[in-house]
Design a binder for this molecule. Structure first.
Ligand code: FAD
Length: 446
């Protein structure tokens, strides 16, 4: 049995109060905070690290695929605003132009083949490769301009409950333990830290066979020539596959060299099998084990991989890559069958174009997210946003991508505003009003 000790009770200072507290500044949390604040709510966004963007910036997961495939279904709103702002910065992003979504122009297809997520069935999909550091700056600007109050370096430790109702969150910081109180709390921690500690039901099961079950620690290689590398693959696919296999054998886990916003660097995605993002020992293992392999892998690439002759380690992501963890048990749980069948909902609050990235379910079918998948059955005052929404393990494998998570966040923010403004529980928020607000924000809904 685990040895335990007693933690004495103590008075905790209330650091701040708001209409809406968003915990976690990833794609979902940042979009939620902006969306709620632009409607006039007093919004606090708290983040354990010192920047926004979650996995996209801190995890170096800078490929944002499948935003618009030219069928009319597209992710717009706050995600499109990221792109518009990044597009104005030098090398802020790289990818096909939105106006070319759906095009079969052979020149465009030739140009973008080799950039995962941008070509499907001989058609252009609008998706981008973004600069993580510039995105951090863009997101800071967006929250500041929207009057979101941001608190960095605040690690949400526990839900604060009064008479069984969620009323706030305790944070650990260099100032010690403090609390933030709010009428509605949006859990955008990815891991569902808030709803779990508040006692909401959740599912953290995983199938080790799926992509999402693996942890990773991404790193970037600079001073390479990605176009040279792509040309080599085109004419030497077998040779390339053998080299990637050698890397797998050498490192002990799979790696992929993914393009970035610039031709001279890539991010290296990787998949460490059988580790759990909620376990301290597993997280520690991945931090150490992946780093152990990096030097060997880059030396191999320098010698063997055309385009990588002069490559060097640019940096290692400050944030470990966790793809799955706790998923809320909401009023509705999205299933893999729902996605495959293209299920539609009256309470749809986000939609993502047909999944064209990884041969996912319903390759030609858009995926809808119902509002009920964001609200717990019993716990009051909470909305879950992003990858901790209510979905089965196989549906989650596809819904957790950056575009849907950002859209879900924007919807959660609008819904939280409606709940606060009408003084009702989030689960009772009028979805038609939420949908209308989202449409006014330029958000695509069917
Ligand atoms: C290695 C890897 C590769 C991927 N590749 C792609 C890809 O190529 N394209 C794609 O679209 N998607 C990809 N994904 C998926 C995608 O990045 C995530 O699912 C997406 O970022 C989820 O957004 P989110 O806001 O829900 O969560 P996250 O991005 O995880 O953000 C959660 C935020 O909450 C903060 N937080 C967590 N706990 C606390 C706490 N207790 N207190 C305060 N703050 C907290 C975190 O620091 C973080 O900022 C990948 C994921 C991984 C891990």
């Amino acid at each position: 049995m685990t040895k335990t000790i007693f933690e004495p009770a103590s008075q905790i200072p209330v650091f701040d109060e708001a209409d809406i507290l968003v915990v976690g500044g990833g794609p979902a949390g940042t979009a939620a905070a902006i969306s709620a604040a632009r409607n006039g709510a007093r919004v606090i966004l708290s983040e354990r690290y010192g920047y926004l963007g979650g996995q996209v910036t801190g995890g170096h997961v800078s490929m944002i695929p499948n935003i618009d495939n030219g069928t009319g279904v597209q992710i717009t709103g706050i995600l499109q605003e990221w792109m518009d702002r990044l597009g104005k910065l030098p090398d802020g992003l790289y990818g096909p132009s939105k106006k070319d979504a759906g095009s079969s122009d052979p020149e465009l297809i030739k140009q973008w083949s080799g950039y995962m997520g941008t070509v499907w069935n001989n058609k252009i999909c609008y998706g981008t490769y973004v600069d993580p550091e510039l995105l951090k700056i863009v997101l800071n600007d967006m929250v500041e301009e929207s009057n979101v109050i941001v608190y960095f370096h605040c690690w949400a430790a526990k839900a604060y409950m009064e008479d069984g109702q969620l009323k706030g969150v305790f944070f650990e910081s260099k100032e010690g333990r403090k609390a933030v109180l709010a009428k509605v709390i949006i859990d955008a921690t990815g891991e569902g830290d808030i709803f779990a500690s508040a006692g909401a039901e959740f599912d953290d099961s995983i199938d080790p066979a799926i992509r999402n079950s693996n942890l990773s620690l991404c790193f970037r290689i600079a001073n390479i020539d990605h176009k040279k590398y792509l040309n080599y693959i085109k004419d030497n696919r077998q040779d390339w596959a053998e080299k990637m296999n050698q890397i797998l054998k050498m490192a002990g886990f799979r790696m992929a060299l993914i393009p970035s916003n610039r031709n001279d660097n890539v991010w290296v995605n990787n998949w460490t099998f059988g580790k759990n993002g909620m376990k301290v020992k597993d997280l520690t293992f991945v931090e150490i084990e992946v780093r152990k392999q990096i030097v060997k892998v880059i030396e191999f690439l320098n010698k063997e991989m055309p385009g990588y002759e002069n490559g060097y380690l640019m940096d290692v992501a400050p944030q470990i890559g966790v793809r799955y963890s706790r998923r809320l048990k909401g009023l509705y749980q999205i299933s893999f069958d729902d996605l495959k069948q293209g299920k539609t909902y009256d309470d749809v609050v986000a939609i993502t174009p047909a999944q064209h990235v990884f041969n996912a379910p319903g390759e030609e079918i858009p995926m809808q997210i119902p509002y009920r998948a964001l609200v717990p059955e019993k716990l009051d005052n909470l909305i879950a946003a992003g990858r901790c929404l209510s979905a089965d393990v196989y549906a989650h494998n596809w819904i957790n991508l950056i575009p849907p998570c950002t859209a879900i966040g924007e919807a959660a923010g609008a819904a939280a505003y409606v709940a606060v403004n009408s003084n009702i529980q989030p689960r009772n928020a009028d979805v038609k009003t939420v949908q209308n607000i989202l449409k006014k924000q330029g958000f695509y809904l069917p």
